[in-house]
Every structure is written in C-alpha cells, then in structure tokens.
Write a protein that binds this ligand. Sequence first.
Ligand code: AMP
Length: 213
Amino acid sequence: MLKLILFGPPSAGKGTQAQRLSKKYGIPQIATGDLLRAAVAKKTPLGMKIGSYLDSGRLCPDDLIVQLMFDRISKSDCANGYIMDGFPRTMGQVEELDKVTEIDLVLNIVVELEALVERAVGRRICGECAAVYHVKFSPPKAEGVCDECGSALVQRDDDKEHTVRNRLRIYTEETAPLVEHFRRKGNIIDIDGSAGIDGVFDQMVEAIERREG
Ligand code: AMP
C-alpha cells in the first residue's frame, strides 16, 4: 500500500511526475484538475457548476472537491494506493482527508514561482490521451502533434499568463500554508523542483524507498 500526495504550486511538474510514479509503482494518478475537466467536457451537472472556476483559475468549493475525490479513492483500482495530484489544496480539504485516511508521504516540489510562469505558458497537452509536453523543455517530435497517439496538442485556458499568475497567488494564499500542517504530521519531504524531470523523479523514488525500507 502506497498513498502519496504530490504537493507544490501549479506547473511545478506534479502531473509529469505523477504519471511516471504511477507506471513505476502500479498505482493510479488521481488528478483533481483532470477529473474536473472531464466533468466539464461531458457537461455533467457537476461540470456545469464548475466550468467558470476552471477558466478563471479560482478554486472550486471544498465540499464538491472532497466528494469527487472520496468517490474516486473508493474505486477498486485504488486498493493498493494512489497518487494525489492537485489535492488537497485548502485547509478544509486536508482536514476532511485526515478524517478518512493516513497518507504515507507528501512529496513537496519546491520551485521559484517566477520560473513557473514560463513553464505553464509553454505547456501543451494532448486533447485525447492527456500526455504533457512543453514547447521549449519537452517538445513533441512534430510540432503540435502528440507523440503517443498523433492527436492535436492544445494549450489549456488556465495556462494563459494572467490565469497562471492568478493561480500562483491563490496557491500562495490558500495552499502553501498546508506545508506547515504536513510538517507537524511529519510525513512531508521537500524535493528540489529545479533538478530537471529525471532529477526530480530520482529524488522522489529515493524518498519513497527510504520511507518503505
Ligand atoms: P490543476 O490541473 O490541478 O491545475 O487544476 C485546474 C483547476 O481545477 C484549478 O485551477 C481549480 O480551479 C480546480 N481544482 C483542481 N484541484 C482542486 C482542488 N483540490 N480544490 C479546488 N479546486 C481545484
């Protein structure tokens, strides 16, 4: 059983690392942002409510996110653990999480916020298979086309610069304070987020194996 939280500001690389950790340890990546975007795309009742939050970069209401997340972690593929990516993001969310489970490890990606603006603005994702690229740091083989499935790459609306800055401000105000909560619990490890994709991954694996060993 391995229950992880990938923590850090938006665009710190949580999604990229979560995908790799998911493959290595055989546990699902649960990205609240992806679950929410899927609900919007399908125009479910939930999707109708939350579209405007996503476009503006504001946080969705806690009760809704907590419900979405708890439904997801009760699915059978989570029996051996999971990687939370983008949750919890507020004190209210972490308090609810503490009531239902003990997380083994919080991997806290530490990065300069200004570097993140460049990262986010250059990010492109596959509309079909959700693979992640960057126009400068991790370009696809053919511009605008997914290496994995050949579909078109797109820029998320919430990766536009003014939205990115808004999200970073919200992170600083509402999400960053959770670090103190995790430190009190003693299950958080800082990861140097400037180390490149492989370097960050290696630090995470080392932290997980140290914890398990
Ligand atoms: P992400 O892909 O993780 O950056 O999430 C995209 C957007 O989804 C955020 O800007 C929020 O509007 C919403 N969102 C994702 N996770 C949460 C969460 N844990 N709490 C509230 N809103 C969230």
